[in-house]
Write a protein that binds this ligand. Structure first.
Ligand code: IPD
Ligand code: CA
Ligand code: CA
Length: 271
């Protein structure tokens, strides 16, 4: 169902920046596929594509809002005249996928005002899916309103997880095996959050992410009705490289319980 939704002027600027950077990355992605066969591989080329995308995002945002501050993955913090408003940007989330020619990555842009995320845009140029949300207004994909899934039982739920480098990962997976419909590790935190918003995944969790990985996606998931928190329920899931869990409100409690009960195993195996 397509709906006419009026976007705020900030949102228009964010969409323009994400589209422009996304178009550039899409062109470069074509080249990455050719570079796979070279001995050196596409590593340097991808770093350049990432940097170029960040510059593109910054140029569009800065032109429209010259005073706003920035927090960007590649160039770090830029303090503008206006410190209350800050763009939080991951120009390419899913870099490992991009590097290997796997078509699952996105551009992520959030707007933080007085320490609160008020708008988020995530663009997947391969699928031409533009996920957007503004605080209190709801979330959209292209022009369709997003809503989390209505699944009620963990046994039917499709779950997404993050980094396999985390020591908590293995016991959690073991605890959930056979108790859910499936577990995916897709390699783009921001798209994992969007997929929870779209009801494609019923839940997602990960640890140790940066603000640019989750700022836009957490708002999109929340505005689509997801319960979003740190694992354990805390609220500091944007800054501080803490954990994040986003789930449809029915799946959240049983999933949180499984994750908590997997923790003692982790402690035992560490000792
Ligand atoms: C990464 C992706 C990945 C997550 C990593 C992130 P990057 O971001 O979001 O899904 O597991 O922890 O660092 O490096 O592709 O921007
Ligand atoms: Ca990232
Ligand atoms: Ca990145």
């Amino acid at each position: 169902m397509s709906q006419h939704v009026r976007r705020s002027p900030h949102m228009n600027v964010m969409v323009e920046a994400a589209e422009k950077a996304g178009r550039g990355l899409l062109r470069d992605f074509g080249e990455v596929e050719n570079l796979q066969v070279s001995r050196k591989g596409p590593g340097d080329f991808v770093s350049n594509a990432d940097l170029k995308a960040e510059k593109t995002v910054m140029a569009v945002l800065q032109k429209a809002r010259p005073k706003f501050s920035f927090l960007m993955e590649e160039s770090g913090e830029t303090i503008g005249e206006d410190t209350a408003n800050r763009w939080i940007v991951d120009p390419l989330d899913g870099t490992t996928n991009f590097l290997h020619g796997i078509p699952h990555w996105a551009v992520s842009i959030a707007l933080e005002k007085d320490g609160e995320i008020i708008a988020g845009v995530i663009y997947d140029p391969i699928k031409d899916e533009m996920f957007t949300a503004e605080k209190g207004v709801g979330a959209l994909m292209n022009n369709r309103r997003l809503r989390v899934s209505g699944r009620e039982n963990l046994a039917d739920a499709l779950l997404a997880v993050g980094s396999e480098k985390d020591p908590a990962f293995a016991p959690e997976i073991v605890s959930l095996q056979g108790n859910c419909s499936g577990i995916r590790r897709n390699g783009s935190a921001c798209l994992d959050l969007c997929y929870v918003a779209a009801g494609r995944f019923d839940a997602y969790w990960e640890r140790g992410l940066n603000a640019w990985d989750v700022a836009a996606g957490a708002l999109i998931a929340k505005e689509a009705g997801a319960h979003v928190s740190e694992i354990g329920g805390g609220k500091s899931f944007i800054h501080g490289r803490n954990s994040i869990i986003a789930a449809n409100p029915r799946i959240y409690p049983p999933l949180a319980k499984h994750i908590a009960s997997a923790a003692p195993q982790k402690a035992r195996s560490a000792s």
